[in-house]
Write a protein that binds this ligand. Structure first.
Ligand code: F6R
Length: 369
Protein backbone atom coordinates (compact mmCIF):
# COMPACT_ATOMS: atom_id res chain seq x y z
CA UNK A 1 0.00 0.00 0.00
CA UNK A 2 3.05 2.23 0.21
CA UNK A 3 3.15 2.08 -3.57
CA UNK A 4 6.86 1.27 -3.75
CA UNK A 5 7.91 4.00 -1.30
CA UNK A 6 9.94 3.17 1.80
CA UNK A 7 7.40 4.96 4.01
CA UNK A 8 3.93 6.45 3.90
CA UNK A 9 5.52 9.78 4.56
CA UNK A 10 7.62 9.63 1.37
CA UNK A 11 4.56 8.51 -0.57
CA UNK A 12 2.47 11.34 0.85
CA UNK A 13 5.16 13.93 0.11
CA UNK A 14 5.21 12.68 -3.48
CA UNK A 15 1.43 12.88 -3.70
CA UNK A 16 1.33 16.59 -2.96
CA UNK A 17 0.94 17.89 -6.53
CA UNK A 18 -2.08 15.65 -6.99
CA UNK A 19 -3.48 16.54 -3.56
CA UNK A 20 -3.29 20.22 -4.47
CA UNK A 21 -4.84 19.71 -7.90
CA UNK A 22 -7.66 17.64 -6.36
CA UNK A 23 -8.33 20.32 -3.77
CA UNK A 24 -8.61 22.95 -6.49
CA UNK A 25 -10.70 20.79 -8.81
CA UNK A 26 -14.07 22.34 -9.60
CA UNK A 27 -13.26 25.32 -7.42
CA UNK A 28 -10.94 27.39 -9.63
CA UNK A 29 -10.32 27.52 -13.33
CA UNK A 30 -7.65 28.93 -15.61
CA UNK A 31 -9.73 32.02 -16.38
CA UNK A 32 -9.44 33.23 -12.79
CA UNK A 33 -12.93 32.40 -11.56
CA UNK A 34 -13.60 30.93 -8.17
CA UNK A 35 -16.68 28.86 -7.40
CA UNK A 36 -17.20 27.93 -3.78
CA UNK A 37 -20.96 27.44 -3.55
CA UNK A 38 -20.30 24.59 -1.14
CA UNK A 39 -19.56 27.19 1.54
CA UNK A 40 -23.18 27.36 2.50
CA UNK A 41 -22.88 30.46 4.66
CA UNK A 42 -25.05 33.03 2.81
CA UNK A 43 -23.05 35.75 1.06
CA UNK A 44 -25.11 38.34 2.96
CA UNK A 45 -23.69 36.90 6.19
CA UNK A 46 -20.15 36.78 4.80
CA UNK A 47 -20.39 40.43 3.80
CA UNK A 48 -21.15 41.35 7.43
CA UNK A 49 -18.18 39.45 8.90
CA UNK A 50 -15.98 41.90 10.79
CA UNK A 51 -13.44 39.50 12.24
CA UNK A 52 -11.97 36.14 11.30
CA UNK A 53 -10.50 33.88 13.96
CA UNK A 54 -8.58 30.78 12.93
CA UNK A 55 -8.24 27.95 15.47
CA UNK A 56 -6.11 24.85 14.94
CA UNK A 57 -3.28 22.78 16.42
CA UNK A 58 0.22 21.84 15.32
CA UNK A 59 0.75 21.83 11.59
CA UNK A 60 -2.82 22.98 10.95
CA UNK A 61 -2.06 25.99 13.18
CA UNK A 62 0.87 26.84 10.92
CA UNK A 63 -1.52 26.78 7.96
CA UNK A 64 -3.67 29.20 9.96
CA UNK A 65 -0.74 31.56 10.54
CA UNK A 66 -0.26 31.73 6.77
CA UNK A 67 -4.01 32.16 6.25
CA UNK A 68 -3.88 35.35 8.30
CA UNK A 69 -1.62 37.05 5.74
CA UNK A 70 -3.90 36.01 2.88
CA UNK A 71 -7.17 36.86 4.62
CA UNK A 72 -6.10 40.28 5.83
CA UNK A 73 -4.50 41.18 2.50
CA UNK A 74 -7.31 40.13 0.18
CA UNK A 75 -10.32 40.86 2.39
CA UNK A 76 -9.14 43.69 4.68
CA UNK A 77 -10.91 41.88 7.56
CA UNK A 78 -8.86 41.62 10.76
CA UNK A 79 -7.80 38.03 11.38
CA UNK A 80 -6.49 36.37 14.54
CA UNK A 81 -4.94 32.94 14.69
CA UNK A 82 -5.00 31.01 17.92
CA UNK A 83 -3.87 27.65 19.16
CA UNK A 84 -7.12 25.78 19.69
CA UNK A 85 -5.93 24.52 23.07
CA UNK A 86 -5.62 28.09 24.36
CA UNK A 87 -8.63 29.63 22.70
CA UNK A 88 -11.57 29.10 25.02
CA UNK A 89 -9.56 29.67 28.18
CA UNK A 90 -9.00 33.36 27.55
CA UNK A 91 -12.59 34.54 27.17
CA UNK A 92 -12.26 35.42 23.47
CA UNK A 93 -14.43 38.16 21.98
CA UNK A 94 -16.87 36.53 19.56
CA UNK A 95 -20.27 37.42 18.16
CA UNK A 96 -22.53 36.84 15.13
CA UNK A 97 -20.17 38.85 12.94
CA UNK A 98 -17.19 36.66 13.75
CA UNK A 99 -16.21 33.94 11.29
CA UNK A 100 -14.25 31.17 12.98
CA UNK A 101 -12.20 28.95 10.68
CA UNK A 102 -11.33 25.61 12.29
CA UNK A 103 -8.58 23.73 10.46
CA UNK A 104 -8.11 20.01 11.07
CA UNK A 105 -6.86 17.14 8.95
CA UNK A 106 -8.52 14.43 11.04
CA UNK A 107 -11.61 16.38 12.02
CA UNK A 108 -11.37 14.73 15.43
CA UNK A 109 -8.83 16.85 17.31
CA UNK A 110 -10.42 17.49 20.70
CA UNK A 111 -8.76 20.87 21.29
CA UNK A 112 -10.07 22.19 17.96
CA UNK A 113 -13.51 20.69 18.55
CA UNK A 114 -13.81 22.33 21.98
CA UNK A 115 -12.71 25.67 20.50
CA UNK A 116 -15.35 25.55 17.79
CA UNK A 117 -18.07 24.52 20.24
CA UNK A 118 -17.17 27.50 22.37
CA UNK A 119 -17.28 29.79 19.32
CA UNK A 120 -20.71 28.54 18.27
CA UNK A 121 -22.07 28.99 21.79
CA UNK A 122 -21.12 32.66 21.47
CA UNK A 123 -23.02 32.95 18.19
CA UNK A 124 -20.05 32.90 15.80
CA UNK A 125 -20.28 31.13 12.44
CA UNK A 126 -17.80 28.28 12.04
CA UNK A 127 -16.27 27.17 8.77
CA UNK A 128 -14.25 23.95 8.97
CA UNK A 129 -11.32 23.14 6.70
CA UNK A 130 -11.02 19.39 6.99
CA UNK A 131 -9.62 16.35 5.21
CA UNK A 132 -11.89 13.67 6.64
CA UNK A 133 -15.42 13.32 5.30
CA UNK A 134 -18.11 13.14 7.92
CA UNK A 135 -15.78 13.59 10.89
CA UNK A 136 -16.88 15.42 14.03
CA UNK A 137 -15.46 18.89 13.33
CA UNK A 138 -17.21 19.40 9.97
CA UNK A 139 -20.40 17.86 11.38
CA UNK A 140 -20.47 20.42 14.16
CA UNK A 141 -19.60 23.39 11.91
CA UNK A 142 -21.88 25.69 9.94
CA UNK A 143 -20.01 24.93 6.72
CA UNK A 144 -17.05 22.92 5.53
CA UNK A 145 -14.47 23.19 2.82
CA UNK A 146 -12.93 19.76 2.37
CA UNK A 147 -9.30 19.37 1.45
CA UNK A 148 -8.95 16.48 -0.97
CA UNK A 149 -5.53 15.22 0.11
CA UNK A 150 -6.76 11.64 0.38
CA UNK A 151 -6.01 9.55 3.48
CA UNK A 152 -2.90 10.70 5.34
CA UNK A 153 -1.37 7.71 7.11
CA UNK A 154 2.01 8.99 8.30
CA UNK A 155 1.64 10.68 11.67
CA UNK A 156 3.54 13.78 10.53
CA UNK A 157 1.33 15.91 8.33
CA UNK A 158 2.60 16.76 4.83
CA UNK A 159 0.08 16.65 2.01
CA UNK A 160 -2.73 17.65 4.36
CA UNK A 161 -0.76 20.79 5.22
CA UNK A 162 -0.33 21.90 1.62
CA UNK A 163 -4.01 21.32 0.92
CA UNK A 164 -4.94 23.22 4.08
CA UNK A 165 -2.97 26.12 2.67
CA UNK A 166 -4.83 25.84 -0.62
CA UNK A 167 -8.16 25.82 1.23
CA UNK A 168 -7.10 28.86 3.28
CA UNK A 169 -6.21 30.76 0.10
CA UNK A 170 -9.57 29.80 -1.38
CA UNK A 171 -11.40 31.08 1.69
CA UNK A 172 -9.44 34.35 1.61
CA UNK A 173 -9.98 34.84 -2.12
CA UNK A 174 -13.65 33.91 -1.85
CA UNK A 175 -14.25 36.36 0.99
CA UNK A 176 -12.42 39.00 -1.04
CA UNK A 177 -14.55 38.22 -4.08
CA UNK A 178 -17.82 38.26 -2.14
CA UNK A 179 -17.01 41.53 -0.43
CA UNK A 180 -15.45 43.18 -3.47
CA UNK A 181 -12.20 44.74 -2.25
CA UNK A 182 -9.80 46.85 -4.26
CA UNK A 183 -7.84 43.68 -4.97
CA UNK A 184 -10.32 42.32 -7.55
CA UNK A 185 -7.76 42.11 -10.35
CA UNK A 186 -5.11 40.65 -8.11
CA UNK A 187 -7.60 38.04 -6.87
CA UNK A 188 -8.29 36.96 -10.45
CA UNK A 189 -4.54 36.72 -11.14
CA UNK A 190 -3.90 34.65 -8.02
CA UNK A 191 -6.72 32.26 -8.82
CA UNK A 192 -4.98 31.69 -12.15
CA UNK A 193 -1.61 31.26 -10.40
CA UNK A 194 -3.16 28.73 -8.02
CA UNK A 195 -4.40 26.62 -10.90
CA UNK A 196 -0.75 26.26 -12.01
CA UNK A 197 0.83 25.76 -8.59
CA UNK A 198 0.77 21.96 -8.46
CA UNK A 199 3.23 21.96 -11.38
CA UNK A 200 5.59 24.13 -9.33
CA UNK A 201 5.40 21.68 -6.41
CA UNK A 202 6.14 18.84 -8.83
CA UNK A 203 9.19 20.75 -10.02
CA UNK A 204 10.46 21.11 -6.43
CA UNK A 205 10.02 17.37 -5.82
CA UNK A 206 12.17 16.60 -8.84
CA UNK A 207 15.14 18.52 -7.46
CA UNK A 208 15.32 17.14 -3.91
CA UNK A 209 18.38 14.87 -4.14
CA UNK A 210 20.83 17.53 -2.84
CA UNK A 211 18.47 18.19 0.08
CA UNK A 212 18.46 14.50 0.96
CA UNK A 213 22.25 14.41 0.77
CA UNK A 214 22.49 17.46 3.00
CA UNK A 215 20.07 15.92 5.52
CA UNK A 216 22.20 12.77 5.76
CA UNK A 217 25.33 14.84 6.32
CA UNK A 218 23.64 16.65 9.24
CA UNK A 219 22.28 13.55 10.97
CA UNK A 220 24.77 13.85 13.84
CA UNK A 221 23.81 17.46 14.71
CA UNK A 222 22.00 18.39 17.93
CA UNK A 223 20.23 21.54 16.78
CA UNK A 224 18.90 23.07 13.59
CA UNK A 225 17.42 26.56 13.46
CA UNK A 226 14.91 27.87 10.91
CA UNK A 227 14.38 31.51 9.96
CA UNK A 228 11.78 33.23 7.85
CA UNK A 229 9.75 36.40 7.59
CA UNK A 230 6.24 37.24 6.47
CA UNK A 231 4.66 33.96 5.28
CA UNK A 232 8.12 32.40 5.48
CA UNK A 233 7.95 32.63 9.28
CA UNK A 234 5.20 29.99 9.66
CA UNK A 235 7.09 27.93 7.06
CA UNK A 236 10.14 28.07 9.36
CA UNK A 237 7.97 27.00 12.32
CA UNK A 238 6.65 24.08 10.28
CA UNK A 239 10.17 23.04 9.23
CA UNK A 240 11.20 23.02 12.89
CA UNK A 241 8.12 21.05 13.96
CA UNK A 242 8.76 18.38 11.30
CA UNK A 243 12.34 18.00 12.51
CA UNK A 244 11.33 17.74 16.17
CA UNK A 245 8.66 15.13 15.64
CA UNK A 246 10.55 12.99 13.11
CA UNK A 247 14.24 13.39 13.96
CA UNK A 248 13.78 14.06 17.72
CA UNK A 249 16.18 16.96 17.37
CA UNK A 250 16.17 20.36 18.94
CA UNK A 251 14.77 22.59 16.23
CA UNK A 252 13.36 26.09 16.47
CA UNK A 253 11.80 28.48 14.04
CA UNK A 254 12.22 32.22 14.37
CA UNK A 255 11.02 35.35 12.65
CA UNK A 256 14.26 36.56 11.08
CA UNK A 257 13.67 40.10 12.38
CA UNK A 258 13.72 38.74 15.94
CA UNK A 259 17.27 37.40 15.61
CA UNK A 260 18.88 40.50 17.00
CA UNK A 261 16.45 40.50 19.94
CA UNK A 262 17.88 37.29 21.34
CA UNK A 263 18.21 34.18 19.20
CA UNK A 264 21.38 35.39 17.46
CA UNK A 265 23.17 34.46 20.70
CA UNK A 266 22.57 30.82 19.76
CA UNK A 267 24.62 31.04 16.57
CA UNK A 268 27.91 29.21 16.79
CA UNK A 269 30.44 27.61 14.48
CA UNK A 270 28.87 25.14 12.05
CA UNK A 271 25.31 25.41 13.42
CA UNK A 272 22.91 24.61 10.57
CA UNK A 273 20.44 27.44 9.96
CA UNK A 274 17.77 27.04 7.31
CA UNK A 275 16.56 30.37 5.92
CA UNK A 276 13.37 30.76 3.91
CA UNK A 277 13.94 33.77 1.66
CA UNK A 278 11.00 35.81 0.35
CA UNK A 279 10.87 36.70 -3.30
CA UNK A 280 13.12 39.61 -4.39
CA UNK A 281 10.15 40.79 -6.45
CA UNK A 282 7.05 41.90 -4.52
CA UNK A 283 8.07 42.75 -0.97
CA UNK A 284 11.68 43.38 -1.90
CA UNK A 285 12.43 45.27 1.34
CA UNK A 286 11.93 42.05 3.25
CA UNK A 287 14.16 40.23 0.81
CA UNK A 288 17.00 42.68 1.39
CA UNK A 289 16.57 42.46 5.15
CA UNK A 290 16.74 38.70 5.18
CA UNK A 291 19.86 38.76 3.01
CA UNK A 292 21.48 40.91 5.73
CA UNK A 293 20.32 38.38 8.34
CA UNK A 294 21.99 35.59 6.38
CA UNK A 295 25.20 37.63 6.22
CA UNK A 296 25.04 38.28 9.97
CA UNK A 297 24.63 34.67 10.99
CA UNK A 298 27.20 33.47 8.51
CA UNK A 299 29.73 35.95 9.88
CA UNK A 300 29.16 34.22 13.24
CA UNK A 301 29.91 30.79 11.82
CA UNK A 302 26.43 29.46 10.92
CA UNK A 303 26.20 26.93 8.13
CA UNK A 304 23.48 28.48 5.99
CA UNK A 305 20.92 26.45 4.10
CA UNK A 306 19.12 28.97 1.92
CA UNK A 307 15.76 28.33 0.30
CA UNK A 308 15.35 30.97 -2.38
CA UNK A 309 13.45 31.63 -5.55
CA UNK A 310 15.01 30.78 -8.91
CA UNK A 311 16.89 33.77 -10.26
CA UNK A 312 17.55 35.29 -6.82
CA UNK A 313 21.27 35.94 -7.19
CA UNK A 314 21.70 38.14 -4.11
CA UNK A 315 21.71 35.13 -1.77
CA UNK A 316 24.34 33.14 -3.65
CA UNK A 317 27.48 34.50 -1.91
CA UNK A 318 26.07 33.71 1.56
CA UNK A 319 24.55 30.28 0.98
CA UNK A 320 26.58 27.26 2.05
CA UNK A 321 23.76 25.20 0.59
CA UNK A 322 21.26 26.66 -1.86
CA UNK A 323 17.86 25.16 -2.50
CA UNK A 324 15.94 26.66 -5.42
CA UNK A 325 12.15 26.90 -5.58
CA UNK A 326 10.11 28.21 -8.53
CA UNK A 327 9.00 31.85 -8.46
CA UNK A 328 5.46 32.23 -7.12
CA UNK A 329 3.39 35.18 -5.90
CA UNK A 330 4.61 36.09 -2.38
CA UNK A 331 1.60 34.75 -0.51
CA UNK A 332 1.73 31.39 -2.30
CA UNK A 333 5.42 30.74 -1.63
CA UNK A 334 4.75 28.44 1.38
CA UNK A 335 3.35 25.84 -1.04
CA UNK A 336 6.77 25.42 -2.65
CA UNK A 337 9.06 26.41 0.24
CA UNK A 338 7.65 23.84 2.70
CA UNK A 339 8.42 20.85 0.49
CA UNK A 340 12.24 20.87 0.91
CA UNK A 341 11.75 21.12 4.69
CA UNK A 342 9.53 18.02 4.69
CA UNK A 343 12.06 16.08 2.60
CA UNK A 344 14.88 17.31 4.84
CA UNK A 345 13.17 16.16 8.05
CA UNK A 346 12.12 12.81 6.62
CA UNK A 347 15.60 12.00 5.31
CA UNK A 348 17.37 13.21 8.43
CA UNK A 349 15.06 11.13 10.65
CA UNK A 350 15.68 8.06 8.49
CA UNK A 351 19.43 8.62 8.68
CA UNK A 352 19.12 8.66 12.48
CA UNK A 353 17.35 5.32 12.34
CA UNK A 354 13.93 6.64 13.31
CA UNK A 355 10.62 5.22 12.20
CA UNK A 356 9.22 8.15 10.20
CA UNK A 357 5.63 6.99 9.88
CA UNK A 358 5.19 6.38 13.60
CA UNK A 359 7.31 8.82 15.60
CA UNK A 360 7.62 8.01 19.28
CA UNK A 361 5.03 9.44 21.69
CA UNK A 362 2.74 10.74 18.91
CA UNK A 363 -0.68 9.68 17.64
CA UNK A 364 -2.23 10.58 14.30
CA UNK A 365 -5.38 11.93 15.81
CA UNK A 366 -5.41 13.56 19.23
CA UNK A 367 -8.84 12.98 20.68
CA UNK A 368 -8.07 14.08 24.22
CA UNK A 369 -7.66 17.63 25.45
C1 F6R B 1 2.29 17.54 12.80
C2 F6R B 1 0.97 16.99 13.07
C3 F6R B 1 0.15 17.58 14.18
C4 F6R B 1 -1.27 17.87 13.68
C5 F6R B 1 -2.15 18.39 14.82
C6 F6R B 1 -3.54 18.73 14.34
O1 F6R B 1 2.90 16.90 11.74
O2 F6R B 1 0.53 16.09 12.39
O3 F6R B 1 0.75 18.74 14.67
O4 F6R B 1 -1.18 18.82 12.65
O5 F6R B 1 -2.24 17.40 15.81
O6 F6R B 1 -4.19 17.61 13.81
P1 F6R B 1 -5.48 17.78 12.95
O7 F6R B 1 -5.13 18.54 11.71
O8 F6R B 1 -5.94 16.38 12.63
O9 F6R B 1 -6.49 18.53 13.77
Amino acid sequence: EKGGYASFMLKEIAEQPKAIADTLLGRVDGSGTLSLDEVRIPTAVLREVDKVVVVACGTAYHAGLIAKYAIEHWTRIPCEVELASEFRYRDPILDQQTLVVAISQSGETMDTLMALRHAREQGAKVLAICNTNGSTIPRESDAVLYTHAGPEVAVASTKAFLTQLVACYLVALYLGQVRGTKYGDEIRDVVRDLSRISGAVEQVLETMEPVRELARSLAHKDTVLFLGRHVGHPVALEGALKLKELAYMHAEGFAAGELKHGPIALIEEDLPVVVVVPSPRGRSVLHDKIVSNIQEIRARGARTVVIAEEGDEAVVPYADHLVRVPATPTLLQPLVATVPLQVFACELATARGNEVDQPRNLAKSVTVE
